[in-house]
Ligand binder design. Structure first.
Ligand code: AMP
Length: 427
């Protein structure tokens, strides 16, 4: 018989398998706890948005919008797009649900898949996951510093070191236009020497030239005028305050005058964290202030700042820092082997009670000889095996085997509930 060709996942889109998926779950859980500690609340927005949101909310001239979006025409001829990032969606939701009418700062976090049709490589995928947060409703530098403090705390919870926080200010609508004019003039002199993308950007969105990663362009770009030196007094003071507040918190940073988010409504603070262990795709997270975004999306003035962490890359970095984290940690798993129909019924009941107490239990799907059961239990990494047969049923006592020690002892139900049924504090 001809076997059918097995199907594979779409290029650049991955399955996250156990045991690695456990680390993903843990990262998300720790991030949630930390965000709640900083008074952020979760927002879930659709994966599909009107294409125009990203054209307006990310920027027509960005690589994301010009080359990387999954866009299609729906049956009613509306242009739809799989979200390539979430900030635009969060600000859309902020406006749509009139969150600006509520008093105080709106602090929202999200986690989930994003889609960009980039060239896949290690650390770069077409479906990737981001964990991010947005604080909307204040332009105070205190918000910038607190957000960065929270990010650094997240990395610390995973003992991640070896990262660098890069910081910059990209000014505002008062000071940036003059700088862009100066930059455009400077680019006219050298544009012919730059890569084709930069030649185009020199005209359409000169700030993006500063972001170029083409190695041959770097010495030329290094010679261009620096935005930081043309900040207006308001932006300069804001930037000074952010720096001071970070110093108060003993958070080390490196000023990186070329760190831009080349969109008109990105303002003032921009930052990125790069990590040495990540190779070519070394940006672990990025963020910045977007004081004009709400207005660009048709909302009221609502200055905000946010960040987005690449979860795929975070997992890579955490694995490299502490490989033990990703090992199968199923040592708490109790495997129940049984022989005979009434033993099965008892095993199923016992498992239900233990699981209600939060114990991790696997019941053998079929009756098996002891040797085979131990083999299976060992393969799935169970820490203990409980063996139930007719005799054990009658006595209400069962042999419990500790798989790592290879020891066996006899236990009753109470022993089991006591030993496996109490959730551990750090789980
Ligand atoms: P951005 O939204 O472009 O500022 O990206 C924020 C973070 O998301 C980056 O620092 C990366 O860690 C991650 N990221 C962006 N694009 C990808 C991708 N194609 N694959 C994996 N991670 C990505």
């Amino acid at each position: 018989m001809n076997r059918k060709q097995p199907l594979r996942a779409v290029k650049g889109m991955r399955d996250i398998l156990p045991p690695e998926s456990r680390l993903w779950g843990r990262i998300e859980q720790v991030a949630r706890e930390l965000f709640h500690a900083y008074a952020y609340q979760e927002i879930r927005t659709p994966l599909v948005e009107p294409t125009e949101l990203f054209a307006r909310g990310v920027g027509e001239e960005t690589d994301i919008v010009t080359k990387e979006m999954y866009t299609w025409e729906d049956r009613d001829s509306k242009s739809l797009t799989l979200r390539p990032e979430a900030t635009a969606s969060v600000v859309r939701a902020f406006i749509e649900h009139k969150m600006y009418e509520q008093p105080g700062l709106k602090k929202l976090y999200y986690m989930g898949p994003m889609f960009r049709r980039e060239r896949p490589q290690k650390g770069r995928y077409r479906q990737f996951f981001q964990i991010g947060a947005e604080a909307i409703g204040s332009d105070s530098p205190a918000v910038d510093a607190e957000l960065i403090e929270m990010i650094v705390a997240l990395l610390a919870r995973f003992d991640l070191s070896g990262f660098t926080l890069l910081l910059n200010s990209v000014g505002c609508s008062t000071c940036r236009p003059a700088y862009i004019a100066t930059l455009r003039d400077a680019l006219r002199q050298v544009s012919g020497l730059l890569c084709p993308d930069c030649q185009r950007r020199s005209e359409t969105n000169p700030l993006r030239v500063l972001d170029c990663k083409v190695p041959e362009d770097q010495p030329i770009i290094d010679g261009l005028p620096i935005l930081f030196e043309s900040l207006c007094p308001g932006c300069f003071t804001h930037s000074q305050r952010v720096e001071e507040y970070l110093q108060d918190r003993q958070i080390a940073f490196t000023m990186q005058p070329r760190l831009v988010r080349g969109l008109d409504y990105y303002t003032r603070t921009t930052f990125e964290i790069v990590h040495g262990a990540l190779g070519a795709q070394n940006a672990l997270l990025g963020g910045g202030r977007y004081d004009g975004l709400s207005e660009a999306l048709g909302g009221p003035r609502a200055p905000g700042i946010g960040f987005s962490l690449g979860e795929d890359r975070f997992v890579l970095a955490v694995e490299q820092a502490a490989p033990v984290e990703t090992k199968a940690r199923t040592d708490r798993l109790l495997y129940i082997a049984w022989l005979g129909e009434s033993a099965y019924r008892h095993a199923a009941e016992l498992a239900r009670e233990l699981r209600a107490l939060n114990a991790a239990v696997e019941v053998a799907p079929d009756a098996a000889k002891l040797k085979k059961s131990l083999e299976i239990a060992s393969r799935i990494g169970a820490g203990h095996v409980l063996i139930i047969g007719d005799q054990e049923l009658a006595e209400g006592k069962y042999p419990l085997r500790d798989m790592s020690r290879g020891e066996q002892r006899t236990v009753n139900n109470d022993d089991l509930f006591r030993e496996f049924g109490v959730p551990r504090a750090n789980e």
